[in-house]
Ligand binder design. Structure first.
Ligand code: SAM
Length: 293
């Protein structure tokens, strides 16, 4: 069993492929990374280097039916940030995907993001699920590079992007939105960005704002965060809204499991959960559709 912030007896055992490499940080009372801040795109970001002809071709593209989502070359950006920012820097030095309470894995596009993107854009007769996102409000919760938020933005949604790390939002998510919208005005009209821990996000955005949809991919790897994650869904989802949550069935090395998350969710007695997509190739993963009872 995973013990938060302690080395476990299983640490040296050979780990399966969907393992997450985590470095256990020393327990901290309040991490500065926990604080919730709204991040405002800057003029500097609007003059994003990636619009320059020599850099435009370094952009990467994730292709879904009828949608291309571009993103900046994340590894190059990280290599420039390691000496400047303690969150990403610490993860890079430790060759780690996550450092609890310091860096929570957002500087990477994780497998389930593509699973959700494929699921939403897959044609079903003449329609596909993504059509329902037109004119909707969406929270991309634990957005990381923001690929899902950008995808639904392309389908006509207004999107709030939320990530634990300010560094990720400023240097990866916002540039990614910009290279897709190609305009800071469009971005400002339809997007907002929030950093910090889920509990602070819920408390500090008590503006009554609720969303038609919440998309959240690969955010259940740490059982210690299940209650705050569920509380965001409870507080921020409209009564008739839907949350699509995608995850691997098990997160070896850190201990989270989709079934355990679902049990915690159902114990609240206010939600229903339906598995709408299952994939057993290579890494077993599912998409849950969570709605209020
Ligand atoms: C494994 S990454 C997945 C990123 C992205 N959704 C994807 O699929 O590529 C986990 C994400 O959840 C966010 N996250 C994890 N724990 C969090 C917490 N306690 N509060 C806020 N965000 C958190 C991280 O910042 C990170 O972006």
């Amino acid at each position: 069993m995973f013990k938060f912030n302690f080395i476990t007896d299983n640490d040296d055992k050979e780990k399966p492929k969907n393992d997450v490499t985590e470095t256990k940080a020393e327990p901290k009372s309040v991490s500065k990374h926990d604080e919730c801040h709204e991040i405002f795109p800057s003029k500097k970001q609007a003059e994003c280097d990636y619009f320059a002809p020599n850099l435009v071709r370094t952009l990467k593209c994730i292709t879904f039916p009828k949608h291309n989502v571009y993103h900046v070359p994340i590894e190059d950006i990280i290599s420039k940030l390691v000496n400047e920012f303690d969150d990403i820097g610490c993860a890079e030095q430790n060759h780690s995907d996550l450092i609890a309470g310091i860096y929570e894995g957002g500087a990477k596009v994780w497998e389930c993001t593509e699973t959700v993107g494929d699921y939403l854009t897959r044609p079903d007769g003449t329609q596909c699920l993504i059509d329902q996102f037109e004119d909707s409000t969406v929270l991309d919760l634990g957005c990381g590079a923001g690929i899902l938020g950008i995808l639904v933005l392309q389908a006509g949604a207004t999107v709030h992007f939320q990530d634990y790390n300010k560094t990720v939002l400023e240097h990866i998510t916002i540039p990614n939105v910009l290279v897709n919208t190609k305009s800071i005005e469009k971005l400002k009209e339809r997007c907002r960005f929030y950093s910090g821990d889920w509990s602070n996000y819920t408390e500090n955005t008590e503006d009554g704002k609720k969303f038609d949809f919440i998309l959240t991919s690969e955010t259940i790897y740490n059982a210690a965060n299940y209650e705050k994650l569920i509380n965001v869904i409870k507080t921020k989802l409209k009564p008739d809204g839907a949350c699509y949550l995608a995850a691997k069935l098990h997160y070896f090395g850190v201990g989270g499991s989709l079934r355990e998350f679902e049990q915690t969710l159902l114990k609240t007695d206010i939600f229903k959960s339906e598995t709408v997509f299952t994939c057993n190739d290579n890494i077993a993963r599912e998409i849950l559709k969570i709605t209020f009872k």
